[in-house]
Design a protein around this ligand. Structure first.
Ligand SMILES: [Zn+2]
Length: 323
């Protein structure tokens, strides 16, 4: 579970039972002054047990430890409210800190999902079961807000904050220019394509994401420490693959809208896209898969609208797209 990556830098693999992500990587950097823990796992007992055991094994004193949260998702920040001591700094971007502490986030998302054609009967049950809702932080967190270019110094490491919006609005990576390592959260992962979902047409997260990929492509990185699965070396090659993946999706959505010349909401478009799942039909998809698929479709539709290739209109209480 604990792996030493570099001097004073360790990876703890925190399990996520019954979750397709399988586990999340928490990184621990030890120093004679304060320690830093990057991402924490969900607020659930299985995560806490492994974290607790591993921190003891590494001799980490939580009273001398700060936290960096790459982004708002519960698998990355859920446990921080239990781990942090009163004197811990908890670093995060402003946009994601706002959502972690907000109380009406899910209401806004539910409204958008309904307007995107998501069936009402599936929605209520889904949100209650959603791990982001169930396993989130338990109290208001007084975050230390960081932004582009801010530095965190821990022992021999000097990390620079790199804003990488897309997976979430305030997603942030940490780059160590001297050691040429980058902690990428869910921005770039080797074995998984990060989910780019949209839950408001005010945003254009796919456009943000593709620009954030170009931004980190420019950096000299020898070792990538992602939020899930394995540590890897060739960041630029992976970025090219991810950009290709989204271009394929964009082309597919255009052909779906071209084929039938009608107006479609994000749910209808998602039901006609090809997904790497083993179900025979869209109807058989479990609700959470339909949910992620609809969010992905919405992100790509908004991107196409932003490029002037398709148009959007509100029909009654539904938001539709057409060519
Ligand atoms: Zn995430």
């Amino acid at each position: 579970m604990i792996e030493k990556i570099l001097p004073d830098l360790y990876k703890i693999e925190i399990p996520l039972p019954d979750n397709p992500l399988k586990s999340i990587n928490s990184y621990v950097i030890k120093s004679p002054g304060r320690n830093l823990i990057i991402d924490t796992g969900m607020n659930r007992k299985e995560c806490m047990a492994v974290m607790d055991f591993s921190l003891k094994e590494l001799g980490i004193n939580l009273n001398k430890t700060d936290f960096f949260i790459t982004h708002l998702h519960a698998d990355h920040c859920g446990l921080v409210s239990k781990l942090a001591a009163d004197n811990s700094n908890i670093y995060c971007s402003q946009p994601d800190a706002d959502i972690i502490n907000s109380t009406n986030f899910w209401d806004r998302i539910k409204k958008f999902a309904l307007m995107s054609g998501f069936p009402q009967q599936e929605l209520r049950e889904l949100v209650e079961k959603h791990p982001g809702y169930k396993y989130s932080t338990t109290r208001f967190i007084d975050f230390n807000i960081l932004k582009e270019g801010d530095m965190i110094k821990i022992g021999e490491y000097i990390f620079k904050c790199i804003e990488t919006p897309g997976h979430t609005k305030g997603h942030m990576c940490l780059y160590e220019p001297n050691k040429k390592i980058m902690i990428t959260g869910d921005h770039v992962i080797k074995e998984i394509t990060p989910n780019i979902s949209l839950w408001s047409y005010e945003e254009n997260f796919l456009d943000d994401y593709l620009k954030s990929l170009d931004k980190v492509y420019e950096l000299d990185v020898k070792l990538v420490l992602p939020g899930h699965r394995s540590i890897f070396r060739n960041l630029r090659e992976r970025i090219k693959e991810l950009k290709h993946h989204h271009q394929t999706r964009i082309d597919e959505i255009l052909s779906i809208l071209e084929k039938e010349k009608g107006e479609k909401d994000a749910y209808q478009v998602a039901s006609q896209m090809s997904w790497a799942l083993t179900y025979d039909s869209w109807e058989q998809f479990p609700s959470p898969q339909k949910w992620f698929a609809t969010g992905e479709a919405a992100a790509h539709l908004k991107y196409l609208e932003g490029k002037g290739m398709i148009r959007r209109k509100t029909k009654g209480n539904r938001i539709c797209f057409f060519i």
